[in-house]
Write a protein that binds this ligand. Structure first.
Ligand code: KG4
Ligand code: ZN
Length: 406
């Protein structure tokens, strides 16, 4: 039987009353630019006391989006610039790390300039520079991490390193009212699928995660099986609109009665066999008797809708399990798959049924973006929790193994 525990209801609201809504334009005398010899090894927390309405530049290059954004007070997005690389990776039906990092290098400076220009500010107005420095592709992460360090150093403002996965949980708070904690958090992206108990923006417990493919990865692989374009998730979502979701009965992995983990690889294989048939021995290897090119458009749509139903059902069942266990009134959802039309509809119905405050990001904040990085950084900024110049990129999330106060 599911255990129901009730974490202390802290009613912590974020941001913590730091924003009055006044327009912000300040130049912090004496902070920039400074000769290297005068720069502190670690900037001191006093900055958080002085600045009550921080304007933070966020930079994000963890995968195949080069992004920069300016966010004020943690939630007010003043600009959100995203340069996608889809055209570069389409022919490979997946992200090629070397191509991605080279493209980030070419785009990072114009993207940052565009973000400042759209926000109507100059470098002088920045109170901090935040960067998504983990997890992701190492060569890609290094571009934003190096750029953020160089900028923060030359401007003499704090550097704030942010975990990309935790930032996805913040996406639903952008351009939105403050939220009540604790919350259940769901991140469904191309690289991660995880459930969290979120005590406050920077304190999360990992409740469950995928043991194989991430949800977005499963959508992308299903799209390849069906011969759809790249990126696969949106293409499959679009095609599913015209299909019958009961046409094909695909498996929903539950992984035991109490598990909050996810598994999508069985679903992907079941779709592969349903579309292409059982693999047959040919010489030394195996081959499939048919492929998606032999399907009619309606058959493809039926497979897409059936796959989407199974994938979304798997996510929703685990989410409902988590909600049974914890007494929360807020649901934070983020990551590319939170743009999925069926998932959004089912989450909306669930929230209505249970009276939950559902924070589903606007579509532009579902996918990788820098606004969520700059937004979450405001909480670290308020706590005076800055990084020094040794901040490095890492392929691993800080929250890979349980509770983390980031
Ligand atoms: O969060 P994100 O931009 O990158 C990672 O952090 O991984 O997520 C990208 C993933 C891709 O796998 C993409 O196919 C998926 O999100 N995605 C979708 C939809 N839009 C994007 N999956 C299902 N339905 C969608 N509408
Ligand atoms: Zn992401």
């Amino acid at each position: 039987m599911a255990l129901k525990s009730s974490p202390a209801r802290t009613h912590a609201i974020f941001p913590t009353g730091t924003c009055s809504g006044r327009s912000h334009s300040r130049r912090r005398a004496g902070l920039r630019p400074r000769p290297a010899s005068q720069l502190p090894h670690r900037l001191q927390p006093e900055a958080s006391v002085i600045v009550s309405e921080p304007i933070i530049l966020g930079i994000e290059t963890s995968c195949d989006e080069t992004a920069a954004a300016v966010v004020q007070c943690g939630t007010r997005v003043r600009s959100n610039v995203i340069a996608t690389q889809h055209e570069l990776h389409r022919r490979y039906t997946g992200v090629v790390p070397e191509i991605a990092s080279r493209a980030h290098l070419q785009r990072i400076v114009p993207v940052i300039r565009e973000a400042l220009s759209m926000a109507g500010i100059g470098y002088d107005n920045l109170d901090a520079v935040a960067v998504g420095h983990r997890p992701g592709l190492i060569g890609s992460l290094l571009v934003a991490t190096s750029a953020a360090k160089a900028l923060a150093w030359s401007l003499g403002v704090p550097l704030v390193g942010i975990d990309h996965i935790v930032a996805h949980l913040h996406a639903g708070l952008l351009d939105a009212e403050p939220v009540e904690f604790p919350a259940i958090g769901l991140v469904v992206s191309g690289g991660h699928t995880s459930l969290f108990l979120v005590h406050r923006p920077l304190e999360v417990d990992l409740l469950g995660k995928t043991i194989d493919d991430a949800a977005g990865e499963a959508f992308d692989k299903a799209a390849v099986i069906l011969g759809l374009g790249y990126p696969g998730g949106p293409a499959l979502d679009g095609l599913a609109q015209t299909g019958s979701d009961r046409a094909c009965d695909l498996p929903v992995a539950m992984l035991g009665r109490d598990s909050l983990d996810f598994s999508f690889s069985g679903l992907k294989t079941a779709l592969l066999y349903a579309v292409c048939g059982q693999p047959q021995r040919r010489g030394r290897g195996h081959a499939f008797p048919r492929d998606a090119s032999q399907l009619t458009q309606q058959q493809k749509a039926n497979f897409a809708a059936s796959f989407q139903r199974a994938a979304v059902t798997a996510i929703m069942r685990k989410l409902m399990r988590a909600l049974e266990r914890f007494d929360v009134r807020t649901l934070l959802v983020g990551g590319g798959v939170s743009a999925n039309s069926r998932l959004r509809a089912e989450l909306g119905e669930l929230a209505q049924r249970r009276g939950l405050d559902l924070r589903l990001p606007k579509t532009e904040y579902c996918l990788d973006n820098a606004a969520m990085i700059a937004g979450l950084a405001a909480a670290k900024f308020a706590a005076g929790d800055f990084d020094d110049w040794s901040l490095s990129a890492s392929t691993q999330s800080e929250i890979a193994d349980g509770r983390v106060i980031v």
